[in-house]
Design a protein around this ligand. Sequence first.
Ligand code: PMP
Length: 406
Amino acid sequence: TLDFIRWTTFQRVSPPAAAALAASVAALAEAEGLPAHAAAARRAGDELAAEQGSVAGPRTSPRARATLRELSLYRPNRAPCAIDLSDNTNRWGMPPSAARALHEIDADRVTRYPSVYTPELKGALASYAGVEADEVVVGCGSDDVLDSAIRAFAEPGDRIAFPNPTFGMLPIWAQMNDLVAIPVPTPNPHAVNIDALLAARAQVTYLCSPNNPTGLSLSRADVARVIEDAAGVVILDEAYAEFAGDGWVTLAPNHPRLIVVRTMSKAFGLAGLRIGYATAAASTALQIEKARGPYMVSGAAERAALAALRNDLDWVRANIVAAQENRARFANELEAAGIPFLPSTANFILVPVGSAADVAAAMREAGIAVRPFADVNGIGDGVRITVAPWPMMETAMRALRNAVRT
Ligand code: PMP
């Protein structure tokens, strides 16, 4: 039969025309979900433009910094799904007082600029974290705080060491900031290679506890050793620490090289408002704040965050307990179903599977979005499932069981 005949046509174009087309080809490839094709098109365009001896002619796109040209956009699957357990946000909702504060925002909060460096919010976060206000720096999500902290303490060409696996933004920030990324493989999913991390003698050492995507908490002794012996600053990402009930946020200012980063996106249910913060010695917090820049937290977000910190800590704590209970209950069910998983101290559980893409697609068909991870170091493929109110977990369990059995 002739079922597999496919016609391909092509047009030869001159090098200047190819250079001029490169940006459009890259945009089309990105839109089709082909980031490697997009990067190849951009690279070809850049090379052609360079061969022609111009940085950017009138018809070519301007040349971005070399470190950015190879970088693709961050593209998690955000397609809507009946139950979304893909991003570790608070599926119990948002603090009621934050909702009220947003409803009551007056025009001045919108028409005028917000506070430059959020002194009121720093004060409220300082009391929550048990530190002084000048030992806190706030940013547009902890993503912004982490990036600012990295930029504040690493020059282009410096090294940044981090365990592998960990939060997927690390290699991206390394590249954005022109740093040498040193991923340090973990010997097994339950341990971090502290010796190898320290041996990197990096200007920035990143730790994440509980770790994303494994859910592993570092022991206090391991963190203490890194703080003691690291060559440069230590950034300890505690985005999920509330669910572990442990952390270093209060102690950070006592350790000159430690920066502890937290967020209001997870336990506080305010991911859409983009508020993250760090605690550190006041002189360190100041440098991060300079790297971050002024006016980075919107006035509306600041009001909602203040309301939650002042009025709804009980609401937040109750939901942390609910997440911990459902985490244990879901783990029991996984065990009973004979589905292996990584024991977690966070508000998510990583389930190793044969093909993460296939399992995530099958679960999405059943109305549950989870986050697929391909080829996680030492683990292989896995799907990460956010811990949520029990009816959602029941549906997730059913979908997972069917997906791993098909
Ligand atoms: N750190 C870790 C470990 C995370 O998983 C995330 C969110 N996925 C962040 C930081 C960033 O969170 P946000 O910017 O919402 O504070």
